[in-house]
Design a protein. Structure first.
Length: 234
């Protein structure tokens, strides 16, 4: 049986983190041949996020908490838990409820069919994902178009959270990112290695800034810069 490490960066997510953990635990990955561990990095939260996660870690052997003293960014949090991952594969999961953990089996089945890297696409199931603002929709389309153009790939959702990799492949990328540019960096480096990215349709229910969404326009700029940087300079 293979093993799966679910990597969750979390920052100020006390309203959702408990349900996220419960729903991840509830997914029966073993019927598809994958045991699972849940690695959560609290990225300097000042709310009750680490306390909630720690309570789960004390009673659930598969849940592990790692803590940053100060907020460093999504990429930094993912890199921290990646260092501790023991699974054969790593799946990125956000600490909010925008993505449906019930889509894990769809992605894992593609791995079982021989794929190496799998992205869950929000745009294969809906032309305009539920809850996604127009500015975020437009930014997603531009970023994906840019990635396809620069790296000669054909994907529909570059910025999706749901990305699934062999752990050693992800580690081999020598990640440098610290913020939301994680997605751009891994896509660029996977594409430069000529590894095909397989996509599957996933569910999505976007949240607003008022609900805790943290990504902003500066993150879009940094993502675009990362796509160009890794194409031209590295």
């Amino acid at each position: 049986m293979s093993s799966l490490s679910i990597l969750i960066p979390a920052y100020q997510e006390e309203r959702t983190i408990a349900e996220v953990i419960e729903r991840v635990l509830a997914v029966d990955t073993e019927k598809l041949g994958f045991t699972k561990e849940i690695l959560i990095c609290d990225d300097g939260s000042t709310d009750n996020t680490p306390t909630i996660v720690n309570a789960f870690a004390k009673k659930e052997p598969s849940v592990h908490l790692f803590v940053h003293d100060k907020n460093q960014g999504k990429g930094a949090a993912i890199r921290t838990v990646l260092d501790h991952a023991t699974g054969d594969y790593c799946l990125i999961q956000d600490a909010d409820l925008e993505y449906a953990m019930e889509d894990y089996p769809t992605m894992l089945k593609v791995i079982n069919d021989g794929a190496l890297v799998v992205y869950g696409s929000r745009f294969l199931s809906q032309k305009r994902p539920t809850g996604m603002s127009f500015k975020n929709y437009f930014a997603n389309r531009v970023i994906t178009w840019t990635a396809n153009l620069l790296y000669r790939i054909r994907i529909t959702d570059e910025a999706t959270c749901f990305k699934l990799f062999p752990t050693e492949t992800l580690r081999s990328l020598n990640l440098q990112c610290t913020k939301f540019d994680f997605c751009a960096e891994v896509t660029a480096k996977i594409a430069k290695k000529k590894i095909e990215i397989h996509e599957v349709p996933i569910q999505y229910n976007g949240r607003s800034v008022a609900d805790g969404k943290k990504i902003g326009w500066i993150d879009g700029v940094e993502t675009m810069w990362a796509l160009f940087k890794y194409r031209i300079f590295q």
